[in-house]
Design a binder for this molecule. Structure first.
Ligand code: 13P
Ligand code: SF4
Length: 317
């Protein structure tokens, strides 16, 4: 019989996890209730690292498809579950394999660095994967004269280009959440809260990055609010991260930066929010939907991800 209340769902999920030797990995953009039942909550890099090293038989990914695919590529012997296969990513969708192949042919002789927010097929066509936690360091780890293709996020690419000054050709993709923040609304919030620090994800557009006190990946933003001596933050990334910020530092104030078109005053990733407690219960019960990838794609996509992980480990990231 199906549980009825969210407490019952949570208790059943706990039972199923221990019965099936399963773990739940959740991204910071999941809702608070999901983050709270996860065995591990992290950014894209930390989630990949965790997927590669754990003793579970089943990993249920509370996140989006490219994250679950990355887990499958790193742990092909495990069963990887994603509670809703429609949990995609506008950024990953902006880079289709056929178009990307053409782009690579038009820009030959360049090392291909792809953001983890890509399909397994795009990863298989890349030399190194990066996340927003290590993109600058991955680019800097290459010889200074190495020519680079960076895909698919044009804002992160532009941020890395400005930081490193490297020769980079950048794919023209964006994330619907980070592209939409309203600079005007952020400035209004800053004027109303002059002590607030503006903290921004590098997937945001340049005008928003220019007013930032700090720019970083989700875990870097969390770390900043943990260590910083300020008390108030205007947070320009998906609103889910504020759950962890509040948990770690309940005494501080976190104001979500609003998008241009906003009813809730915050910015939500509609793909991330497709995952619910009820879907997690159903998915763990039936062990479906499962992530299945072509073995050849796994083999090809694994190399650039391992390269990223080796560079990150060397740099202590
Ligand atoms: P990070 O958690 O790596 O900062 O990624 C943000 C993001 O957009 C994930 O989809
Ligand atoms: Fe993709 Fe943007 Fe959602 Fe992240 S926040 S999963 S980049 S659409």
């Amino acid at each position: 019989m199906k549980p009825k209340s969210s407490e019952q769902y949570i208790s059943e999920i706990k039972n199923l996890k221990s019965k099936k030797n399963a773990i739940i990995l959740a991204h910071y953009y999941q809702t608070g209730d999901i983050q709270d039942i996860a065995d591990f909550v992290g950014d894209s890099l930390a989630l990949s690292q965790k997927a590669a090293s754990n003793s579970a038989d089943i990993i249920l990914f509370a996140g989006v498809k490219f994250m679950a695919e990355t887990a499958k590529i790193l742990a092909p012997e495990k069963k990887i579950l994603l509670p809703d296969l429609l949990a995609g990513c506008s950024l990953a969708d902006s880079c289709k394999p056929g178009d990307f192949k053409k782009f690579l042919e038009e820009n030959p002789g360049r090392t291909v660095i792809s953001y983890v927010n890509t399909t397994a097929e795009i990863k298989a066509m890349s030399d190194i994967i990066c996340t927003s936690s290590n993109a600058v360091q991955i680019v800097e780890s290459l010889p200074p004269d190495e020519k680079i293709i960076f895909a698919p996020d044009r804002n992160l690419g532009n941020y890395v280009l400005n930081k490193t000054g490297r020769d980079m050709v950048i794919w023209n993709g964006t994330c619907h959440v980070h592209e939409e923040f309203s600079l005007e609304a952020i400035i209004k919030l800053k004027n109303a809260n002059p002590d607030a620090k503006i903290i921004v994800h590098p997937e945001c557009e340049l005008p928003v990055r220019l007013v930032a006190d700090f720019i970083g990946s989700t875990s870097a933003l969390l770390n900043f609010t943990r260590k910083d001596d300020g008390n108030c933050y205007i947070v320009a990334t998906e609103v889910g991260i504020i759950h962890q910020m509040k948990k770690e530092n309940p005494g501080k104030t976190y104001i979500p930066a609003p998008p241009v078109d906003s009813t809730c005053g915050c910015s939500e990733c509609s793909f991330m929010k497709l995952i619910t407690i009820e879907k997690i219960f159903n998915c763990l019960s039936t062990e479906k939907p499962e992530i299945v990838l072509d073995i050849d794609i796994i083999r090809k996509a694994r190399l650039p991800i391992i390269r990223m992980m080796e560079i990150s480990e060397k740099l202590g990231l």
